[in-house]
Ligand binder design. Structure first.
Ligand SMILES: Nc1ncnc2c1ncn2[C@@H]1O[C@H](COP(=O)(O)OP(=O)(O)OP(=O)(O)O)[C@@H](O)[C@H]1O
Length: 329
C-alpha cells in the first residue's frame, strides 16, 4: 500500500484531485425517520483522516442507518452529512472513487466468481491495490473460482472487504467487518484496517465486538436510540468510568457454582457481589490485599477452587453495558 502522511493527502503524484480532509466525515443533527419514527435522532459524528472511528451501539440503535446516510444510500430527513466536504447523495459520482463501502450483508452480486469480482472492481480505479497481493492477504485464493452465492458468510465478508478497499479509498465504511469471521481472518482484517489508517484513510466501522473496538479504534462513538451517548478514545472512556470512591472490581471465577449472597455476607457491607455467570462473581468495593485473601479463604472453606482472580481494569464492554443498560433490544 502507498504510504501516505497522516493528514490524508496523497503526495505520490498518482492523484491530484484536491480533497478536503479534516474531518473526513462530518455529520450534524442527522435525523432519519421510518414510518414517522426517528431511528436516527439528531446524531453528530466526525471521523478524521488517518484514524479509525468505531461506532458502537445495541441492535437497532441506528448505526447502519447513519452509515448508509454517509454512504449516500439513504437521504437524511434533517441535518447535514459531509464526506470529504461533499454531500454523499448530491455528489455521489464525485465521491464514488474516493470512498470504500463494505455493507453488512456484503452487498455483492451473487452470480459472479469471487476473484472475477475483485478484478472487475479493481479495473474501475486508476491506481488499484495489486489484487494478487490483496487476495493472498485476505485468503481469497482458496475460493477464487467460487460464485458469491456459494461462499460461506466469512468468505463473503472477506471478499466484500477486499472490494471495499481495492480502490485505495480515502474514506472507508465497514459495517461489522469481521462479523462471522474465524479468528485467523479477523486478525488479517484488523491488520488491513490498521494499514488503511496508517496510509491516511478515514476508517469508520460499526461493530459489536468490543475487543475489535479496543484494538483498532482511535475514537469510539457510542450510539443508542439514534443519538450519540458517549464518545472518546478507549482510554478516555475507561478513565471516565473510574469510580470516584476508588472502588475496584475483582472478577472471581471458581470451579463450581458459588453463592454471591454468602460471599457478600462474608466481605461486609462495603462490597457488592454480583453473579456474572454460574461460577463467576464480581466483587466491587474498596479491594485491598485482605479482600483477596478473604475471597480465596471463603472459597477454600467450601472446598471450591478459585480458578481465576482478575482485579482490574474494567473493559470497554463494562463501560458499554453501563451506558446502554442490560435489557435486550
Ligand atoms: N428500511 C427500513 N424501514 C423501516 N425501518 C427500518 C429500515 N431500516 C432500518 N429500520 C429500523 O431502524 C432502526 C435502526 O436500524 P439500524 O439498522 O440502523 O440499527 P443498527 O444500530 O445498525 O442495528 P444492528 O446492530 O442490529 O445492525 C431499527 O429499529 C430498524 O428496524
Amino acid at each position: 500500500m502507498t504510504r501516505r502522511p497522516r493528514d490524508g493527502a496523497r503526495h505520490d503524484g498518482l492523484d491530484s484531485r484536491p480533497v478536503p480532509h479534516s474531518p473526513a466525515v462530518e455529520v450534524h443533527g442527522l435525523v432519519k425517520r421510518y414510518d414517522g419514527r426517528a431511528v436516527v435522532d439528531g446524531l453528530d459524528l466526525t471521523a478524521a483522516a488517518g484514524a479509525v472511528t468505531a461506532v458502537l451501539g445495541p441492535n437497532g440503535a441506528g448505526k447502519t442507518t447513519t452509515v448508509e446516510c454517509c454512504e449516500g444510500l439513504r437521504a437524511p430527513d434533517a441535518g447535514t452529512v459531509r464526506v470529504l466536504g461533499l454531500d454523499p447523495v448530491a455528489d455521489g459520482r464525485a465521491l464514488r472513487p474516493l470512498v470504500g463501502v463494505m455493507l453488512q450483508d456484503g452487498g455483492l452480486p451473487t452470480g459472479v466468481r469471487a476473484r472475477e469480482m475483485l478484478d472487475h472492481v479493481a479495473r474501475m480505479y486508476a491506481t488499484p491495490l495489486p489484487t494478487d497481493e490483496l487476495a493472498a492477504r485476505l485468503g481469497l485464493d482458496a475460493f477464487a473460482r467460487t460464485t458469491v452465492r456459494r461462499l460461506s458468510g466469512g468468505q463473503r465478508q472477506r471478499l466484500a472487504l477486499a472490494v471495499a478497499v481495492v480502490g485505495r479509498p480515502r474514506v472507508v465504511f465497514l459495517d461489522e467487518p469481521s462479523a462471522g469471521m474465524d479468528p485467523q481472518s479477523r486478525l488479517a482484517v484488523w491488520e488491513l484496517v490498521r494499514e488503511l489508517r496508517d496510509d491516511g484513510a478515514a476508517v469508520v466501522l460499526t461493530t459489536h465486538l468490543m475487543e475489535e473496538a479496543e484494538d483498532l479504534a482511535d475514537l469510539v462513538v457510542v450510539v443508542d436510540h439514534g443519538t450519540v451517548i458517549a464518545r472518546g478514545s478507549v482510554p478516555e472512556l475507561l478513565a471516565a468510568d473510574v469510580d470516584p470512591r476508588g472502588a475496584a472490581t475483582l472478577v472471581v471465577q471458581a470451579d463450581a457454582d458459588v453463592d454471591p449472597g454468602g460471599l457478600a455476607a462474608h466481605l461486609g457491607a462495603a462490597f457488592t457481589v454480583e453473579r456474572r455467570s454460574g461460577s463467576t462473581l464480581t466483587v466491587t468495593g474498596p479491594v485491598v490485599p485482605a479482600t483477596v485473601a478473604a475471597v480465596t479463604g471463603w472459597a477454600a472453606a467450601r472446598d471450591v477452587l478459585v480458578t481465576r482472580l482478575d482485579l482490574g481494569r474494567r473493559t470497554l464492554e463494562d463501560v458499554f453495558l453501563d451506558l446502554t443498560g442490560r435489557s435486550l433490544r
